[in-house]
Design a protein around this ligand. Structure first.
Ligand code: GRF
Length: 213
């Protein structure tokens, strides 16, 4: 992972399809100097996603990029378009923040070991959609969020950071999701701090954060 010129901050691209509250937490951490990261662009597969507005409001280049005909994955010409825009902005790493598509080999190969995702559950429990609802329906007593490196699977890559929240007796899907999101906004900057300072070492499935890689 290299940075050019005098600015040694990690050049990060954020990809999202929704509200962008995680983007906001990352932008706030960057602006406050809490993490040595610069968000160089925000790309979305949804034209009117609020994440794009948040980015522009924060002075970050933001683009809708057509992801192609598949609804749930990023492949083929759409994938090529994303890789081209990421290179255009000089991205060194990618943070998926509510990006509602499975990324495939082309993007994984272009940013091997440098794509993170955030998932609203304590993986490997409850992968997939609406995990907070799955946890509630299952009767779990503890829920949470996971930041993990992205691999070929769905929500399967090596885990970088997890934060737990208790499931309360009177929780609804909405209240539980809101408390999980509060923890997401701490977890993502924490994982990015480790990635940017090259403290993330992967040994098999285990991510170690102790020393510089
Ligand atoms: C988060 O709950 C994240 O865990 C999931 O998508 C949601 C994105 O929220 N992958 P936001 O757009 O960052 O507010």
């Amino acid at each position: 992972m290299t940075s050019t010129g005098t600015d040694s901050r990690l050049k990060l691209a954020v990809l999202g399809s929704g509200r962008g509250t995680n983007l906001q937490s990352i932008m706030d951490a960057c602006a406050g100097g809490a993490i040595p990261v610069q968000v160089v662009c925000v790309l979305s597969d949804v034209k009117d996603a609020y994440i794009l507005e948040r980015a522009r409001h924060g002075g970050i280049p933001a683009e809708f990029v057509d992801a192609g005909p598949f609804r749930t994955k990023l492949e083929g010409a759409g994938e090529k378009r994303y890789i081209e825009r990421l290179r255009h902005y000089g991205a060194e790493a990618v943070a998926l923040a509510g990006f509602m598509r499975i990324v495939k080999r082309g993007l994984l190969d272009a940013f091997r070991g440098r794509i993170l995702n955030i998932h609203p559950a304590l993986l490997p429990a409850f992968p997939g959609l609406e995990s907070w609802k799955q946890a509630l329906d299952y009767g779990a007593k503890v829920a949470g969020c996971t930041v993990h490196l992205v691999d070929e699977g769905t929500d399967t890559g090596p885990i970088v950071v997890q934060r737990a929240v208790p499931v309360l007796e009177d929780d609804t899907p909405e209240t539980l999701h809101a408390r999980i999101q509060e923890q997401e906004h701490i977890a993502y900057p924490e994982a990015l701090r480790a990635l940017a300072s090259r403290r993330v070492r992967i040994e098999g499935r285990r991510v170690r954060m102790g020393q510089k890689a």
